[in-house]
Design a protein around this ligand. Structure first.
Ligand code: IPE
Ligand code: IPE
Ligand code: MG
Length: 247
């Protein structure tokens, strides 16, 4: 039996987040420059987006560029920004055809204006699509996101728009760039690294973490199915006992 048909579509994670890692090492393995790995990573993005939408996942968030990634050599940063521009431009047709809405989280103001405009245009064009939301984390860092949420809320308190004692989890979530999205239930990281690297720190409080040694450019639909099946075999207890969950 194929993997896909063994997935229980009634118990899908509503939101899957992915730390797409290992492009550079994958390229190096075959004696190619790191940028070759990034280019091939686009194929995996396409495959996984399609697979998630076909299954009925509501949100797919992909970590594409972290705030810390600006510290890479300028050549690589430029190549990544150009790749973003090209990919957004060429994939818009497929997004429309597949009824997928594109959104972005992160500080987009620091992206090169061409890339930012292409992204904003694609988000505008796809805003009424309903099948799945694809969220790109770009110039994203969870600590940055939390700090800007704190500033937003502090400003409201300062202007007496809200009392300090009214600040609760809901108010805080509404100030995050993921406002309105369900928390990721499954977080996948490729390439064998087992760290979070400043990704969605607030939102993954109760996410199931899945690590795979596969490098991102080699990640395919079956790898996603495997991760989802693993997720479905776990008991999510949320602090309760196993007996409470099964009864
Ligand atoms: C992930 O692959 C892509 C980005 C972070 C932009 P890497 O470029 O981090 O590849 P490795 O981890 O060096 O192999
Ligand atoms: C995390 O990968 C960021 C993205 C996947 C965009 P990195 O390769 O930058 O993470 P570290 O530096 O190894 O933790
Ligand atoms: Mg990496």
């Amino acid at each position: 039996m194929d993997l896909k048909s063994t997935i229980d579509t009634n118990r899908l994670p509503r939101h899957i987040a992915v730390i797409m890692d290992g492009n550079g090492r994958w390229a190096k393995q075959q004696g190619k420059p790191r940028v070759f790995g990034h280019k091939n990573g686009v194929t995996a993005v396409r495959e996984i987006t399609e697979a998630a939408a076909e299954l009925g996942v509501e949100y797919l968030t992909l970590y594409a560029f972290s705030t810390e990634n600006w510290d890479r050599p300028a050549f690589e940063v430029n190549a990544l920004m150009t790749l973003l521009l090209e990919t957004v431009r060429t994939e818009i047709k497929t997004l429309q055809k597949n009824n997928i809405r594109l959104q972005a989280i992160g500080d987009l103001s620091r992206l090169p204006s061409k890339s930012r405009k292409a992204l904003e245009s694609a988000m505008e064009q796809t805003k009424n699509n309903t099948r799945m939301t694809l969220v790109l984390a770009l110039n994203y860092s969870a600590r940055w996101e939390i700090m800007q949420a704190v500033r937003t809320i502090a400003g409201k308190v300062e202007r007496n728009q809200i009392g300090a004692d009214m600040v609760d989890e809901q108010v805080f979530e509404n100030a995050l760039s993921t406002a309105g999205m369900p928390d990721p239930e499954l977080l996948i990281r490729t390439s064998g690294e087992t760290r979070i690297s400043n990704f969605l720190l607030w939102q993954i409080a109760y996410a199931e973490l899945y690590f795979t040694p596969i490098f991102w450019p080699e990640f395919r639909k079956d790898h996603l199915y495997k991760a989802i099946l693993d997720f479905q075999n776990r008991e999510r207890r949320f602090g309760k006992t196993s007996e409470q969950i099964t009864n």
